[in-house]
Write a protein that binds this ligand. Structure first.
Ligand code: KMH
Ligand code: ZN
Length: 304
């Protein structure tokens, strides 16, 4: 009997977009990040995409010290692939953003493939009373914020991580970002298979329509042929519909509270594992399999 295709689930545990007021389930302290990450891995996430936060305020914290409070504990207790952010938050400079990946030399680091608007201010319609001052500012300031990822920035991150054997999750928020990746591919600065994470439904990037997903995939197919592995993430309520579309089209899936706080219409996810379980359900419902961490290493050609 033919083996079912294996789908890699990435879980992005906390990120830098959402704030503690938006959900009491958002992991913020090192203990919360560890327990949510481990439960997500247990539920089927082969890759854990990690950011750090200040435990008191929940503010994104990109210092290696902040990562050191949870990273060794996660590594000790799971075989899941560790993926460290180099995006940090859109307010940080690239030199600061790359420090945790440069320090901990993970198997995977994220790499954002272009500059863009990164609108979160529309969330102010929904959330009014914030626990911490920084939260309102964090949303308000995005009216006039560019998430900066210039060619020089991208090259700097590639160069900094090159000798560590770290491979990348290339975050592509729009079609032009695929062409930026092609530029680095043509120059031999990135090696196949490229792990492309297509991001849908953020204000400032491509939308979440099935036609957007199809266009992204068609373009990646044309530019990279068999030299890439495709994964998708949908922001907010688009998370699961986009995941289902990807799995049905031959792709992989990213879920997690970094990108969406929801586990259904109007229903907050009570943990990252909630969303991983939903992803698993839809993968298995399609007759596909969930990749183990070692299968993910094979599929993505990681250093292991
Ligand atoms: N929050 C995602 C849409 C990064 O950490 O480098 C993108 C992301 C970026 O995860
Ligand atoms: Zn991230």
């Amino acid at each position: 009997m033919a083996q079912a295709r294996k789908v890699v689930i990435t879980c992005a545990v906390t990120g830098a977009i959402h704030t503690p007021t938006m959900s009491k389930y958002l992991p913020v302290t090192p203990d919360e990040i560890v327990s949510d990450a481990l439960a997500a891995a247990e539920a089927g996430a082969a890759v854990l995409h990690l950011h750090a936060r200040d435990p008191k305020t929940g503010k994104p914290d990109q210092t290696p010290e902040a990562f050191a409070r949870f990273l060794p504990r996660i590594k000790q207790q799971t075989n899941a692939v560790i993926n460290i952010t180099t995006g940090g938050s859109p307010y940080m400079k690239v030199e600061e953003r790359v420090l945790p990946a440069a320090t901990f030399k993970p198997e995977v680091a994220s790499l954002n493939m272009g500059s863009m608007n990164f609108g979160l201010f529309h969330l102010l319609d929904k959330y009014k009373d914030f626990q911490h001052d920084w939260e309102r500012q964090h949303l308000e300031n995005t009216r006039d914020l560019v998430f900066r990822n210039t060619f020089k920035d991208i090259e700097y991150i590639l160069e900094t991580c090159y000798d560590n054997g770290t491979r990348f999750e290339f975050e592509c928020y729009d079609i032009g970002h695929l062409y930026n990746l092609k530029h680095f591919y043509d120059r031999g600065l990135v090696k196949p298979p490229l792990f492309i994470q297509s991001v849908f439904g953020l204000l400032g990037g491509i939308g979440p329509h099935p036609e957007d997903v199809a266009h992204m995939k068609r373009t990646a197919d044309r530019l990279f042929g068999d030299d890439y592995r495709w994964s998708v993430l949908g922001a907010g309520r688009h998370q699961l519909p986009i995941a289902a579309t990807s799995a049905a089209m031959g792709g992989n899936i990213r879920v997690g509270l970094e990108d969406s706080l929801w586990a259904g219409p109007g229903k907050l996810a009570t943990s990252n594992a909630d969303q991983v379980k939903l992803a698993r359900k839809l993968i298995e419902g399609l007759g596909l399999g969930v990749a183990t961490p070692d299968e993910a290493r094979e599929i993505l050609s990681l250093k292991g």
